[in-house]
Design a protein around this ligand. Structure first.
Ligand code: GLP
Length: 224
């Protein structure tokens, strides 16, 4: 689906995610580039989120993740890759600028998403209300716990992040959510089998989108 967008658009804009889940897709994109099947020279990318307070050179930052898992291995120009800046002083003003930049590029043609085991997308955590625009967010205990596997200790996991808002994500023309492994089985069953949307399950709002695809492995589909 990503390839389809890249080959069919003049100036393709792709929305990218971090986490373990998209790594297989990124390896595949790198392989296709190496086989000369895919050209990224016209591609612009926007990432969903970044830890607040982490320098881009920090190995746990999402900028570092994207460079090392994808951007360094394909012919995308780095100036066309956008990952929220986790060091800005005015994150909410910055968030509005990030959203405007996406719009100036004509919007996101395809947005790749993973899902948190608590149902978060990007870092939009379950709450009474969800934000529309890119903003600063406090991470939940569950997310800090789940993401601590990438850090030396739980104490090192940042407690805040800058994330695209629900509106930013839902404006993407096409959305693909991927989930794998048993730890996602329960949330995927909730998301797919319930005829409901709820701010307590942020991913459920994706079901309002006209062009939304879910890709699961058999373990994540266990309860379906
Ligand atoms: C993080 C990211 C999300 C991602 C989620 C799941 O919290 N902010 O964008 O979807 O983790 O990650 P994983 O794919 O490693 O399970």
């Amino acid at each position: 689906m990503i390839e389809e967008v890249i080959v069919s658009k003049q100036n393709p804009v792709i929305g990218l995610a971090t986490g373990s889940t998209p790594i297989g897709a990124y390896n595949e994109l790198v392989d296709r580039y190496k086989r000369k099947q895919l050209d990224f020279s016209k591609v612009t990318s926007f990432n969903l989120d970044e830890y607040y307070g982490l320098d881009p050179s920090n190995h746990q930052s999402y900028r570092y993740f994207m460079d090392s898992n994808l951007f360094n291995h394909i012919n995308i120009s780095k100036e066309k890759t956008h990952v929220p800046n986790g060091l800005v002083n005015n994150p909410n003003g910055y968030g509005r600028e990030y959203d405007e930049l996406i719009e100036e590029h004509g919007g996101i043609d395809i947005q790749l998403l993973g899902i948190g085991r608590n149902g978060h997308i990007a870092f939009n955590e379950p709450a009474d209300e969800l934000r529309l625009s890119t903003h600063l967010v406090d991470l939940t205990e569950d997310t800090i716990e789940a993401n601590s596997r990438f850090f030396e200790s739980k104490e090192e996991v940042p407690t805040k992040a800058i994330t695209m808002g629900m509106g930013t994500i839902l404006k993407a023309k096409k959305i693909v959510l991927m989930a794998e492994g048993e730890q996602k089985a329960k949330i995927m069953a909730d998301l797919i089998s319930k005829d409901q949307i709820s701010t307590k399950l942020p991913a459920s709002f994706l079901r309002l989108h006209r062009d939304f695809t879910i890709v699961l492995d058999s373990k994540a589909a266990k309860y379906l």
